[in-house]
Design a protein around this ligand. Sequence first.
Ligand SMILES: [Fe+2]
Length: 286
Amino acid sequence: MKITRMAGPLGAIADELDLASDTSEATLRTLIAALHEHQILAIRGQALPYARYVEFGRQWGKPLEFMTKSATRDDFPEMIRISNAAATPERYREGARHWHSDSSYEPTPASVTMLYCAEAPEVGGETLIASSALAYEALDAETKAQIDDMVGLHCLGGSPGLPGEKIPFVPEETARMGIVKHPLVYRHPVTGRKALFVSGTAYGAEGMDRDEGRALIDRLRRHIVQPAFTTSYKAEAGDIFLWDNFQVLHSSTPIEYSDEPGKRRLLYRIRTKGVPALCAEPAPAA
Ligand SMILES: [Fe+2]
């Protein structure tokens, strides 16, 4: 296996491995360490049966179930099919075109998200990534001291939004999920590295009045998406593209909805909660 850094401020690429046949613990440990260090990881050139992909997904944590069952497969409910089919209803289009970490509207947010790409369009389909860890580290000491122990408030559709963002808002879902609280500065559960946690669901902070909290969230979100902390990756067919929701925000880019060859995009997504089982155990002696 070869791990190389992506161009830009974060990210790594894993080549020269075949996850269909390589099920070793050593390989998995290397991939987990690469994701934790580099925040996003593209494992290229894979041809996995669904069962093996789901098994691989489970090794990163406990798979989440999605709120709409229609997108799942009966045989692999933890794997969500994502496409740009022309029949996609308007309300489900571009639901990820805003800076967010996954499931931040839930009490336990997603830890890792992975996309296994079956088809990629010739043009478009990039995922934008912003490092909330690098962004935290670049804050001045006074701001760090101010926010380090603050609690952020989240609800679906609650974020003030940045220019160009499409913050999804479905009133009945917002009412159902309610308000959840997360630390404004998240300590990574494995590495302890600090990162801002201001997903596209963040709208305020405990102990601040509404306008003050909103202004703080807006300021931190604008800070994160500066070019110095951002990159993009386009998943090509055969890629498994992973990101660490504790260290990055992500956003989709506009895509054409089409069934034409060369324009189709087909991804299988798995999201997990918690830490990899391997990280809950001491590493074997070298
Ligand atoms: Fe997402």
